[in-house]
Design a protein. Structure first.
Length: 245
């Protein structure tokens, strides 16, 4: 199914959104979702000392490719904000910020979990949105394929929205269109939004691998093929291509 690039739905024709865009599959998909839904969209990313810093390079290339392939979306895609928050990496002892083994810790969470990461990202994104007069913030977090991260859960996002609105006396809305989708369903959403062209852009142009491997292009995209992020993406691709969900 090809994207319709219709006029944004009633009530959103003059609304803007800020998308947390990391350069990965999920955030690229919700970027397309926001571009189809809102009249104007800006993006924000964060450099926090992540081992897979190559994802930040993918952000720029993906946005440029998206503008070229989908001119209607390109006209709605506005400023990008990239901010350094290295303090998050400095205070973290995790497999995403240190060359340590990816495993489960004593609390039953993967060592790739960076405590406070999404809480900080939502707070900073909300501050940027407040300053720029934007009411909607969109993120690609989800419970279904979150690797068990507690800051990706629906309850966390709802609590963050309440806290941010109380703390800033605002009416900010946090959107999480992938919250209850599997990785296969995320691929399906991309196809529904932009057809095979968008699927191919996401497959080849985004980055998910925790180890930052960008060499081999597999059927499901670039990556080491062994870390949890690659395995989730690989399995989601397989199910999607087989017609499942």
């Amino acid at each position: 199914m090809a994207a319709t690039h219709r006029t944004p739905p009633d009530g959103l024709a003059h609304e803007s959104a800020l998308v947390l865009f990391s350069g990965g599959q999920d955030s690229a998909t919700v970027l397309a979702w926001a571009l189809e839904r809102f009249a104007a969209v800006e993006t924000v990313g964060f450099r926090y000392g992540q081992r897979h810093g190559v994802e930040l390079e993918c952000r720029t290339d993906f946005a440029a490719a998206l503008r070229g392939a989908f001119p209607a979306w390109g006209r709605r895609l506005g400023d990008d904000h990239l901010h350094a928050v290295e303090v998050l990496g400095e205070i973290s002892e995790t497999a995403l910020t240190r060359p340590v083994e990816i495993a489960m810790d004593e609390a039953g969470l993967p060592t790739t979990f960076v405590p406070g990461r999404n809480l900080l990202f939502f707070t900073l994104a909300a501050a940027i949105a407040y300053r720029r007069g934007i009411r909607h913030v969109v993120a690609g977090v989800c419970e279904t394929d979150s690797s068990g991260y507690p800051d990706c859960r629906d309850d966390t996002v709802k609590a963050m929205q309440a806290a941010l609105n109380l703390g800033m006396a605002s009416r900010l809305v946090l959107h999480t269109p992938l919250m209850w989708r599997t990785k296969a369903q995320t691929w399906q959403l991309a196809e529904a939004l932009g057809g095979e062209a968008l699927v191919e852009l996401i497959r080849t142009g985004t980055h998910t691998c925790y180890l930052g491997e960008r060499g081999t292009l597999h059927p499901w995209g670039h990556g080491c093929g062994e870390c949890p992020a690659c395995l989730l993406r690989m399995e989601g691709w397989r199910i999607y291509r087989e017609g499942g969900s």
